[in-house]
Design a protein around this ligand. Structure first.
Ligand SMILES: NC(=O)c1ccc[n+]([C@@H]2O[C@H](COP(=O)([O-])OP(=O)(O)OC[C@H]3O[C@@H](n4cnc5c(N)ncnc54)[C@H](O)[C@@H]3O)[C@@H](O)[C@H]2O)c1
Length: 487
């Protein structure tokens, strides 16, 4: 057993110790498998645990099912060949052999904020059954405050007949990395760590000092460490909501929100984020609900309000489009990108779904395109894929995900299109306008002008709808990328 897992040791004695120890990583997904490789690169042996037999069998053959991280395939193959990594569906047996257990099984939110613990509860029971004296268990999944010290501690103690702090050590450390750049983030993001008691905190801190190169921040408790991840993600949701409200104000008053925010942010205490068509993904729109779950009646009003403001941007996007083309009822609108963010094949809580529903509710014919998804996958997610025949009737485009492929978007394929709503500031206004289409972005201050123009152009609109418009859009644009650091 490695030193950081022994309850009686002092923090200083454990610091950096334990090379050669065994770590059980429970949950071999996009985060768990890279973590396993990280620990192996720092001298540990890893037993990976997952309920997905195909994942387990693949890893034991040296295959890597996580493709987001550069070089992972070779690392997994080498680790398995060297006998440093093996996988199993038997979490309990793996935990019996392990000095340290890292749990990274998802917790999800269903509907409007109901937190679903089933998967991680099952993992916790399996861990508890294999737990032995001196083991260190660390949860890394994002959790509502108090989950490690309450729910999971009770489950582990019940299943193991051991006592946390006395017989085994229990800590929490939020995983703050982003899929696709995990090894970079593990190097540079400070690791936030807290335990259910002083010995657990010290052991978890020692473990991370040994397996990471980043700074380790010691928190007073596991609850404090859970709180950190929830407030950093909720801060971003609230900040984006503020930016979205600023954008709507700018639109109503003919102001340029992007330029104003850039100027405001030259003051070192101003960090205004960018507005957009909504906030998607596993984290930012989800973790505010984890936080609110523990709030007193009437508490945490800003996070609550931010969720409403950000989700309402889909309706507002339709307003902006209608300001150019009139009521969308009966008109074809194409959503570009169903992924929740650019270049990621992932649809969790994507704003594309809110846009689709808002457009459909007003009677639009809604189509979707996403270069990362097949037509069958789009259909399975509830979208109608665009076809070359239907492209000719599209009247409005909405850039929902800033996929790099959209830098080569052929606007000439949409000859009846009158407006491009660039929900992620991914395209260049000049390119879109050169194709004869209006360019609309949240906070560009042009809403009033568009409404006026639409009213005066009613006759022309009818003509365009009926017969298409003339040829100026045949050239494929070369749009200039502008990064959106927020979503
Ligand atoms: N994906 C991200 O970008 C990201 C970033 C930071 C933090 N996180 C945190 O990491 C957690 C995991 O995310 P992920 O992207 O790795 O998820 P994932 O869906 O890619 O992988 C989860 C894995 O856990 C396995 N699993 C489910 N139930 C299990 C059980 N009872 N026992 C063992 N294995 C089980 C699944 O089969 C799957 O392989 C998230 O819930 C979040 O809290 C994720």
């Amino acid at each position: 057993m490695s030193d950081e897992a022994a309850p009686q040791m002092t923090a200083s004695a454990k610091n950096g110790a334990g090379a050669g120890g065994v770590v059980a990583v429970v949950g071999l997904g996009k985060i768990g498998l890279p973590l396993a490789i990280q620990y192996i690169q720092h001298g540990r042996r890893v037993i990976g645990c997952d309920i997905n037999l195909a994942v387990v069998e693949g890893i034991n053959r040296g295959e890597c099912h996580v493709h987001e991280e550069v070089g992972m395939e070779a690392e997994v193959a080498r680790a398995v060949a060297d006998g440093l990594l093996r996988a199993t569906t038997d979490t309990t047996a793996a935990v019996r052999e392990a000095d340290v257990v890292v749990v990274i099984v998802p917790v999800v939110v269903r509907g409007q904020g109901e937190v679903a613990f089933e998967g991680i509860d099952a993992a916790t029971r399996a861990v508890g059954k294999g737990l032995h004296t001196g083991a260190l268990v660390i949860y890394e999944t994002t959790l509502p405050v108090g989950t490690t010290s309450g729910r999971f501690r009770a489950m582990l103690e019940r299943e193991s007949n051991l006592v946390a702090g006395r017989d085994f050590l229990l800590g929490y450390s939020p995983e703050r990395v982003s899929s696709g750049v995990i090894f970079r983030d593990l190097r540079i993001y400070p690791k936030v760590v807290g335990g259910v008691d002083a010995a657990s905190t010290a052991a978890a801190v020692a473990f991370y000092r040994a397996v990471l190169d980043a700074e380790v921040i010691e928190m007073r408790s596991a609850d404090d460490a859970e709180f950190v991840k929830l407030i950093e993600t909720t801060y971003r949701d609230v900040n984006i909501a503020l930016a979205n409200e600023y954008a709507r104000f700018a639109d109503a008053h003919g102001l340029d929100m992007t330029a104003a925010a850039a100027a405001a942010n030259t003051q070192p205490y101003s960090h205004i984020h960018q507005p957009g068509v909504g906030v998607g993904g596993h984290c930012i729109p989800v973790y505010p609900y984890f936080l609110m779950r523990g709030a007193a009646e009437g508490g945490l009003t800003l996070p609550r309000r931010a969720r409403i403001v950000n989700d309402a941007m889909a309706e507002y996007a339709v307003d902006r489009i209608e300001a150019v083309i009139g009521p969308v009822a009966g008109q074809s609108v194409l959503i570009l990108g169903v992924a929740y963010r650019g270049d990621v094949k992932e649809t969790a809580f994507t704003s594309a779904a809110l846009l689709r529903d808002a457009l459909a509710a007003r009677g639009a014919e809604v189509y979707a395109d996403d270069p990362l998804f097949t037509d069958d996958e789009l259909r399975a997610h509830g979208y109608t894929p665009i076809t070359p025949e239907r492209s000719g009737a599209v009247r409005a485009l909405i850039v929902q995900a800033a996929h790099s492929a959209y830098q080569r978007l052929d606007l000439g394929a949409y000859p009846a299109c009158r407006v491009v709503l660039d929900g992620r500031r991914a395209l260049a206004r000049a390119t879109v306008e050169a194709a004869g289409m209006a360019y609309v972005a949240m906070g560009d201050g042009r809403l009033a002008a568009e409404r006026t123009r639409t009213t005066t152009e009613d006759t022309e609109v009818t003509e365009v709808h009926g017969g298409g418009k003339s040829g100026a859009v045949e050239t494929a644009p070369t749009a200039t990328a502008r990064s959106n650091p927020v979503e």
